[in-house]
Design a binder for this molecule. Structure first.
Ligand code: ATP
Ligand code: RIB
Length: 307
């Protein structure tokens, strides 16, 4: 089944240091890495590398940073024909600081061209979205573009997976068009008012989301794993125990892997296990897009843990 991933591309400028800077503080770092990123692009690459038949839609500028995603996509054999270009806005960038001891991060993202996706842009990809089976999108592009592509998908019965990162205020009407929503704990609390700390509170939060019209709920819980809720399942699928060196983009790895598995006809529980495996592999490497594992790695990992 065909997946369209619609979302942001930004170039990640990542620095690691012994601790994260407090406001006004300058910290000497130990490592700098520049690479492709952005939640949309990370999820697209995770889906592609883990085996999905997918097409990436994002928007970049006409500057030097724009070469990074294009070269990355060519190297990975991805279709670049639905990349949108801005003549006025620069390619987005994210400044990422990672604590090398705890692997905690701080991110300042400037979406640039990805924050300026127009109606004319979404019209260009309408046919592509309407012919897909799944649309995976996030909240890192301008909200009206997300609303527009979700509307297109919903009207044609394309299943929408909405990863609510980074959180923005969204209407219940939009949630009503979503097949599966995938917030993390913080986003789930923002959307429902329920602080998610355990199974009971996850169920409570999921019920609030369902009352807003979402069909199925998946709440990522970091190293604890992921909570899934639909008519068939209501449980926490534990994360794989690994030594994490950089959890930036873990949510993206999960979402990319999750949609790959769904597109292969797996149920939400099987897809959550597959997403957990993609994410567990990604957190063991530094960087975001570049840490996404290939299909062989994921299968080898699942075999090694008896999954
Ligand atoms: P980010 O914003 O950093 O991309 P997130 O907050 O969206 O992350 P999390 O809930 O932190 O997403 O993590 C997503 C998934 O990644 C988890 O559900 C789990 O499968 C996996 N994961 C995260 N941290 C770890 C870890 N330390 N070990 C193993 N798996 C992890
Ligand atoms: O989810 C991680 C991503 O968020 C990074 O790649 C960075 O670009 C930020 O947007």
């Amino acid at each position: 089944m065909r997946v369209v991933v619609f979302g942001s591309y930004v170039t990640d400028l990542m620095g690691r240091a012994g601790h994260l800077p407090t406001p006004g503080e300058t910290v000497m770092g130990s490592l700098f890495q520049m690479g492709p990123g952005g939640k949309g692009f990370n999820q697209g690459v995770a889906a592609h590398k883990s085996g999905a038949d997918m097409v990436m839609v994002t928007k970049i500028g006409r500057d030097a940073f724009a070469d990074v995603p294009i070269q990355t996509m060519r190297d990975l054999g991805m279709d670049t024909s639905h990349i949108l270009y801005s003549d006025t806005k620069e390619t987005g960038a994210a400044l990422i600081a990672v604590d090398e001891n705890t692997s905690e991060n701080q991110i300042l993202v400037v979406p640039g061209a990805s924050g300026d996706i127009t109606k004319a842009d979404t019209d260009k990809v309408a046919g592509l979205i309407e012919d897909a089976d799944f649309l995976l999108t996030q909240l890192e592009t301008n909200l009206d573009s997300v609303v527009s592509v979700i509307d297109m998908a919903f009207e044609r019965n394309v299943k929408v997976i909405l990863n609510t990162a980074p959180i923005q205020e969204i209407d219940d009407a939009l949630l009503g068009k979503v097949y599966i929503v995938t917030p993390n704990e913080v986003e789930a609390e923002y959307l429902t008012g329920v602080k998610v700390t355990d199974l009971d509170t996850a169920i409570e939060a999921a019920n609030v989301l369902k009352s807003k019209g979402v069909e199925q709920v998946v709440i990522t819980l970091g190293s604890k794993g992921v909570f899934i809720s639909n008519d068939e399942f209501e449980e926490i699928i534990p994360a794989f125990k690994v030594d994490a060196v950089d959890t930036t983009g873990a949510g993206d790895a999960f979402n990319g892997g999750f949609v790959t598995a769904l597109s292969e006809g797996k149920n939400i529980k099987e897809a959550a296990v597959f997403g957990n495996a993609v994410a567990a592999l990604s957190v063991q490497k530094m960087g975001t897009t570049v840490s996404m594992p290939g299909r062989g790695e994921v299968e080898g990992f699942l075999e090694s843990v008896g999954g």
